[in-house]
Design a binder for this molecule. Structure first.
Ligand SMILES: Cc1ncc(COP(=O)(O)O)c(C=O)c1O
Length: 396
């Protein structure tokens, strides 16, 4: 089949040509005398993406999962109590990792489609007068259900109760796309990866670490080696790494960070919000439902679309892929067959979103889902037309 594949999964995302070109370079000496001229400004600029001035930006070879592990292994002791919540595949996997590390996990199970349970968190923290809870985990954007939770609200809760627990945030599908304010929200470890908002291939765990987390690290006894924050910070200060860094990906990261900062992080967030709203209008026009149960949780980076009773989401995904070259995200775990996901993050514009929506319509028509052809695409076009001025303003 001729033509481009349409990559509409929530990561990996589309890679900008600038990023690809930046990585089309000969391999380099990572111990060269001038290597720090490249790495020190890069690490400083990655801090800007996390919006931290006081924290560190740390880049490990790895993926988001490695970032999760780094948060736990650097700051906690076996048996430490952690407050967590699971409301989708990724929030659940991080909780599972906490158990595998021998932590005492106090997990609040939440219906998939809802966000971080602020009430239950308050209750657990209020009861914890001896401050046994050492860390509170938040999945900022649950990619499996398209749910964004308020990190700020969790910070306010901790502050209100004067609770000293560390705040760990999974920002894998939010950092570099949605509003993310590490310092303002008092995030102690913010975890991201290269293949979503950073618009790169998979291969980097990109982590923001606060001074408070580094203080806590002094008392931490879980084994940590490859993901040691201390080793990394020490070597990074001179512009080097404790082991061979993935320099080619770092070259790509330089280009992607430049693109994000040139666009401006507020504009990036605005663009994602506008593109996402077009998708949401399409979902409503098709007569389908957003898996995120309330507007407060609607994610601007991914929409999980719930099919109606008797409709098979996997048939839509398979047909979109095989017949129309459109990759949609599958429903994970209990949502398999029930939802398909459209990723709308990274290097993306209106027409790319419309391509994905058009592909969904073609696939739904082919598998016999009843809807009016063009209704979703039309609703998105109407919205993008109505809001074209706001987009232009944001870009200026
Ligand atoms: C919210 C979230 N957290 C963590 C992960 C795991 O990241 P990785 O697959 O890069 O290890 C993902 C992956 O999609 C994710 O979406």
């Amino acid at each position: 089949m001729t033509g481009f594949k349409c990559l509409a999964v929530p990561g990996p995302t589309n890679m900008p040509f600038e990023v690809r070109q930046a990585m089309d370079v000969a391999l380099e000496d990572h111990r060269a005398p001038d290597f720090p001229d490249f790495t020190i400004p890069l690490l400083n600029d990655v801090k800007k993406i996390f919006r931290t001035e006081t924290g560190h930006a740390i880049i490990f070879p790895g993926s988001g999962t490695g970032g999760w592990e780094s948060a736990i292994a650097n700051t906690l002791n076996a048996g430490d109590k952690v407050l967590t919540s699971s409301f989708g595949q990724f929030s659940w996997l991080w909780v599972d990792m906490c158990s595998r590390f021998g932590l005492d996990v106090h997990n609040v199970e939440v219906e998939w489609g809802r966000g971080v349970p602020l009430g239950a968190y308050r209750e657990a923290l209020e009861k914890d007068t001896n401050h046994e809870i050492k860390a509170v985990l938040v999945c900022h954007n649950e990619t499996a259900t398209g749910v964004t939770s308020s990190v700020k609200a969790v910070r306010e809760l901790l502050d209100d109760l004067k609770h000293p627990a560390l705040l760990f945030v999974d920002g894998v599908s939010s950092v570099g796309s949605l509003e993310f304010r590490m310092d303002d929200w008092g995030v102690d470890v913010a975890v991201s990866g290269s293949q979503k908002g950073f618009m790169l291939p998979t291969g980097l765990a990109i982590v923001g670490v606060s001074q408070k987390a580094m203080e806590q690290k002094k008392q931490a006894t879980l084994p940590v080696c490859f993901f040691d924050f201390g080793d990394m910070i020490k070597m990074n200060a001179q512009g080097y790494f404790p082991y061979t860094p993935p320099v080619t990906l770092l070259r790509g990261l330089r280009a992607s960070v430049d693109m994000l900062l040139d666009e401006g992080l507020d504009n990036v967030a605005h663009r994602h919000n506008r593109l996402a709203e077009g998708v949401r209008r399409a979902v409503t026009a098709w007569g389908l439902n957003n898996c995120a149960q309330e507007a407060q949780w609607h994610s601007d980076t991914v929409t999980a679309i719930k099919m109606n009773e008797g409709q098979d989401a996997n048939a839509v995904i398979q047909t979109a892929y095989h017949d129309y070259k459109v990759s949609l995200g599958a429903g994970l775990s209990v949502l398999n067959g029930k939802v398909f996901r459209i990723g709308h993050l990274g290097w993306l514009n209106e027409t790319m979103v419309l391509q994905a929506l058009g592909g969904v319509e073609l696939a739904m028509r082919k598998v016999g889902v009843a809807f009016e052809a063009g209704s979703g695409v039309g609703a998105a076009i109407d919205f993008y037309t109505e809001t074209a001025a706001s987009n232009k303003m944001a870009a200026e």
